[in-house]
Write a new protein. Structure first.
Length: 172
């Protein structure tokens, strides 16, 4: 799609293009240098965000083991298991009925940053980075350059569910 858009001159005609999961490694590596500059991209995780010791350490260990930059599914899988471990330890059990209350309201620092599990719907809330693609000689693909970080409460601002009609799947 990106190649066809370039051939059609789309990026010369449209001021802003947004790819909600454009920061996924399969997208960035798949397109390589063919990804245009100044495309808004985001994802559940991007290996250069946040700029914390925990994230840098995790990325370095991942790269050493797999010789690849971590995709968002790698980080979320890792953080999910870490959260489950923390909940099992807090609950003193692996029983679902005991683990659920331990997860509710849990706060967790992960490679992707600080997460909070909302008690009302068990949604893990976290800040979401958006950035403009740019070339960087350190990488064979475009990276997320200039960033805007959307705070968790603005990304997941739906109030707690109230009654059956407000719960997914939504009724029309």
């Amino acid at each position: 799609m990106m190649k066809q858009a370039q051939q059609a001159g789309l990026f010369d005609k449209i001021k802003h293009v947004m790819l909600p999961v454009g920061a996924a490694m399969d997208v960035l590596e798949g397109l390589g240098p063919e990804m245009p500059d100044n495309i808004w991209i985001s994802g559940r995780y991007f290996f250069l965000y946040p700029d914390t010791a925990q994230n840098k350490d995790w990325v370095a260990r991942f790269r050493k083991r797999w010789n690849h930059y971590p995709a968002y599914v790698s980080e979320t899988g890792y953080s999910t298991m870490f959260a489950f471990k923390k909940a099992v330890e807090a609950a003193g059990s692996k029983e679902t009925a005991k683990v659920i209350p331990a997860l509710e309201g849990m706060e967790l620092d992960s490679p992707a940053g600080h997460r909070v599990f909302r008690k009302e719907d068990h949604q893990a809330m976290y800040d979401v980075p958006w950035g403009l693609t740019k070339a960087d000689p350190a990488y064979p693909f475009k990276i997320m350059g200039k960033q805007v970080v959307i705070p968790a409460k603005e990304c997941f601002n739906r109030p707690p569910f109230e009654g059956e009609a407000s719960m997914p799947p939504f009724k029309s």
